[in-house]
Design a protein around this ligand. Structure first.
Ligand SMILES: *Cc1c(COP(=O)(O)O)cnc(C)c1O
Length: 422
């Protein structure tokens, strides 16, 4: 109808974008049908102007929500001065950031990179280099079933979920998996051949599951006994998420790892990751053995420093807001028999259902709430640290409507009858 763009204007902007991606992107993501355009605080807006309460925050990345004024100010200022200079030279922010992370973690030295998987790669190289110095036989790594450590070949080699690994085998040799919290299995797996032990204090992608204090302590003790490096993957559960800077600090006294990996929220949405290590682990990587062109750029480091300042002020409020969220979720769950368990560790929340949660996530989206599903039946929430009680009330109202739909699915599936019979 006289349209110079050849009919393109008949399609909505969102439809045009879906079509381009279908045609030109590797089809490795199953996206939800929404095109997000901007965000402010705990909310994001799509291209049609519809508003969503964001309780997944780019998978635990936008810890200060969107367009936080202090982060924006620092980004604007630093972008005008120096974004990147490589690791051929010094800039003013890597040193101070490394000092802060060392002090906060109880460890000594940092290496900066651009993502969680890259932090894991650096940690794995430390573990392998540590082992190879002691003996050619010392290359084994003990990791946990149901874990998630990223998507690179090294990271999937230590990820204890066959679905992420099977198409890429053979992977790194010498990785042993043990069931989480099975101390006997851990003792069986660790030996003189073990170079490193890996764990997430709270398994995130694995369904928001806490690792027992006794298991963590035994891992520390075995790592000491067999001279292996203990690595805590704090990429999802660390950097304030649980109300402590690192999840191992929830334990009293906190066990100290040799290596900590962090990423997701560290630079408020800029791609950034870090390995924090003690001297023993750090000394395995002398000049030439590892590096990153982008890692530790001035912009990312300065934003991370600003974030840590803000986090210092926010951290004490996280247990309170988490407690309120937990109470409201538990009240809600009482009305829905298909909610099996609520696991709430600071602002890392899993709601385990007896039914698949995919359609509930889609229903929540249509009602203006961004949530996520992991392990098929666990709704995962990684809300921003700036969340308020009013935001939680709104989320609960929407979840109540979403769960009514869940109840229908539950009844139709016959699972409800089964539950009554047992
Ligand atoms: C997300 C995640 C990773 C991988 O981080 P990427 O930035 O996606 O590479 C590794 N470990 C854990 C625990 C994670 O949650």
């Amino acid at each position: 109808m006289g349209d110079p763009a050849g009919g393109a204007s008949e399609k909505s902007l969102a439809e045009q974008i879906f079509e381009l991606e279908r045609k030109y992107l590797v089809q490795n993501y199953a996206r939800l049908p929404v095109v997000l355009e901007r965000g402010r605080g705990c909310y994001v807006y799509d291209v049609s102007g519809k508003r969503y309460l964001d309780l997944i925050t780019g998978i635990g990345v936008n810890a200060l929500g969107h367009a936080h004024p202090r982060i924006l100010k620092v980004i604007k200022d630093q972008a005008g001065k120096l974004i990147h200079s490589s690791n051929l030279y010094y800039h003013p922010f890597q040193g101070p950031l490394a000092k802060r992370l060392a002090e906060l973690s109880g460890l000594e030295r940092c290496f900066f990179c651009n993502s969680g998987a890259e932090a894991m790669e650096a940690g794995l190289k430390m573990i392998r280099a540590h082992g190879s110095r002691l003996s050619p036989e010392k290359f084994e790594i003990v990791s946990l079933d149901n874990s998630f450590h990223g998507r690179t070949l090294g990271a999937i080699s230590v990820t204890g979920q066959p679905k992420y690994r099977k198409d890429f085998e053979p992977l790194l040799a010498g990785v042993r998996f043990v069931p989480p919290n099975d101390i006997g299995a851990l003792e069986q797996a660790v030996s003189d051949r073990t170079a490193g032990i890996l764990l997430e204090g709270i398994q995130g992608e694995g369904g928001v599951r806490l690792i027992d204090a006794a298991f963590v302590r035994q891992a520390r003790e075995l790592a000491d006994r067999f001279n292996a490096l203990l690595l805590f993957d704090e990429i999802q559960c660390g950097v304030g998420r649980t109300g402590k800077f690192f999840s191992y600090q929830l334990l009293d006294p906190p066990p100290l790892p040799d290596i900590v990996t962090v990423a997701k929220p560290l630079a408020c949405g800029l791609p950034f990751g870090a390995v924090i290590a003690n001297e023993k682990a750090a000394s395995t990587l002398p000049p030439g053995l590892h590096g990153s062109t982008f890692g530790g750029g001035a912009l990312s480091c300065r934003v991370a420093l600003e974030f840590l300042d803000i986090l210092h002020e926010l951290l004490p409020s996280i247990p309170r807001i988490s407690g309120y969220f937990r109470i409201r979720l538990e009240d809600l769950a009482r009305h829905y028999a298909f909610v099996k368990e609520i696991r709430c560790y600071g602002l890392m929340i899993g709601i385990e259902l007896a039914i698949p949660c995919k359609s509930l996530v889609e229903d929540a989206l249509s009602r203006g709430l961004l949530i996520n599903c992991t392990q098929e039946r666990v709704i995962r929430l990684l809300p921003p640290y700036i969340l308020t009680e009013a935001d939680i009330d709104r989320a609960i109202d929407i979840l109540d409507k979403v769960f009514r739909k869940g109840r229908e699915i539950f009844v139709e599936s016959g699972l409800a009858d089964e539950l009554i019979r047992h």
